[in-house]
Design a protein around this ligand. Structure first.
Ligand SMILES: Cc1cc2nc3c(=O)[nH]c(=O)nc-3n(C[C@H](O)[C@H](O)[C@H](O)COP(=O)(O)OP(=O)(O)OC[C@H]3O[C@@H](n4cnc5c(N)ncnc54)[C@H](O)[C@@H]3O)c2cc1C
Length: 402
């Protein structure tokens, strides 16, 4: 994309000056002039009453791919820490960058987040583009989109990876539309075609029945979102450092479009952090009714795990959606996944098939879940689960003798 300003049409009204969040327009001899600080956000185009400013979109086939260099991960900050998915993407990004023989960078937006650059270095980043501003203290679509489009246009990365989180999904799609790049959502595999320098983006398609590998031949950067727990974190290397590249921005609160009044933590309880759980006890339609999730909660409590669910039970209103595992739920990677009364539809398997050990309890010996399970118990879950609870409590000294 490129921007141009027609000095003959410009009336010198200065509306574009006040609209530019980056202070990238100055007055020269009574007319507006766009400086190198322009990030092509388009705010001035919309503000100009005489259409003197035009952003030209270069046809994708004419994009000069050689200008784009490097692999980027857009960092996500949660409670002052780098989110697990950002560390996982640094692990995958390191592999991609090594194959392409380019640097791996983290883009870090926030307020007082410079300490996280150290973590990024230890987890594989060569560089950290650090953008700090009070307006960026909490994620908001408009300022984050403006800033990331700005740094992308300025530094031209070849690949940009986002977590497929609430933030990443919102942000990546906005950025892709703004900079006219392609975006592949919810990738489960990323690789490089070294001959063409193409990012091979694999994800489930057609309701999870096939795995499609998608390439973005022309537009740059190539962009993907990846769900938490799909990629593996690299081993941190204490003492490894990343070069910090501070990026200054001139943001105004009034241009953020939204205002954060209060951050309210979701009361999800101690047992539903599925993405982080080492043990998950999941229930399906075989439970018969919502009250029977209490049985699975008891088993999860005995094991120190979390309760998951199939979409059938979520759709039926038996359990809140944040328990859902699968293609349209959470992707999990626990050490132990216990599937109770779950048939094993491909969409469910898409979210839990990489669990280290899968145990299925189902009364139908032909249930597809048994094809994937490491251990299968053919039986009625209402007999098997209480027996498991009893045995586990006895073995772990939780049995109160009743
Ligand atoms: C686009 C799309 C996205 C989807 N995304 C997801 C997703 O993210 N997650 C997801 O889970 N699904 C998803 N689905 C739905 C999926 O296709 C299945 O419909 C769903 O997973 C079935 O849930 P279930 O296994 O609980 O129910 P069922 O398929 O009805 O299976 C119930 C199982 O319980 C067993 N059973 C019954 N009684 C007992 C008992 N007493 N003891 C032991 N076993 C018993 C039965 O033998 C049966 O195998 C999606 C579907 C589509 C089209």
């Amino acid at each position: 994309m490129s921007i141009s300003l027609d000095r003959n049409t410009c009336t010198g009204c200065k509306l574009c000056l006040t609209s530019c969040p980056y202070g990238a327009i100055v007055m020269v001899e009574g007319k507006a002039q766009i400086t190198e600080d322009c990030v092509l956000c388009g705010a001035c185009v919309a503000s100009c009453p005489v259409s003197a400013i035009v952003i030209e979109v270069i046809p994708k086939e004419h994009v000069d791919r050689s200008q784009y260099h490097g692999v980027w991960v857009v960092g996500e900050v949660q409670d002052g820490h780098l989110a697990g998915v950002s560390l996982e993407l640094l692990g995958k990004g390191r592999e991609l960058a090594d194959t392409l023989e380019v640097p791996l960078s983290l883009v870090l937006l926030g307020e007082s987040v410079e300490g996280l650059a150290t973590i990024a270095g230890e987890y594989g980043a060569d560089r950290v583009y650090l953008v700090q501003h009070p307006v960026l203290a909490h994620y908001r679509t408009a300022p984050f989109t403006d800033v990331i489009c700005g740094v992308v246009n300025r530094y031209k990365p070849e690949i940009v990876l986002f977590g497929a989180t609430a933030m990443g999904r919102d942000l990546a799609s906005r950025i892709a539309a703004r900079i006219q790049a392609g975006l592949t959502a919810d990738c489960t595999g990323l690789d490089i075609d070294p001959a063409e320098r193409l990012l091979l983006q694999t994800r489930p398609a057609f309701g999870g029945n096939v795995m499609a590998t998608i390439v973005c031949r022309h537009a740059r950067p190539q962009m993907s979102t990846v769900r938490p727990k799909v990629m593996t974190k690299a081993e941190p290397q204490p003492g490894r450092t990343a070069e910090i590249i501070p990026v200054s921005v001139d943001l105004e609160e009034r241009r953020a479009l939204t205002k954060i009044l209060e951050v309210i933590r979701e009361e999800t309880g101690a047992h539903v952090n599925l993405a982080e759980a080492d043990i998950i006890v999941s229930g399906g339609r075989g439970l018969g009714k919502p009250e029977n999730f209490a049985l699975l909660q008891e088993l999860a409590d005995a094991l120190g795990g979390a309760v998951g669910a199939s979409r059938a039970t979520v759709d039926a209103g038996w359990i809140p959606a944040y328990h859902q595992v699968g293609q349209t739920g959470k992707t999990v990677h626990p050490k132990l996944y216990l599937a109770c009364g779950i048939s094993g539809a491909v969409q469910h398997l898409a979210g839990m098939s990489s669990s280290d050990c899968i145990v299925a309890i189902n009364k139908d010996p032909h249930a597809p879940i048994f094809d994937l399970a490491h251990f299968g118990i053919v039986g009625d879950l209402f007999e098997v689960v209480p027996a498991l609870i009893k045995t586990i409590k006895q073995a772990s000294g939780q049995d109160d003798g009743e």
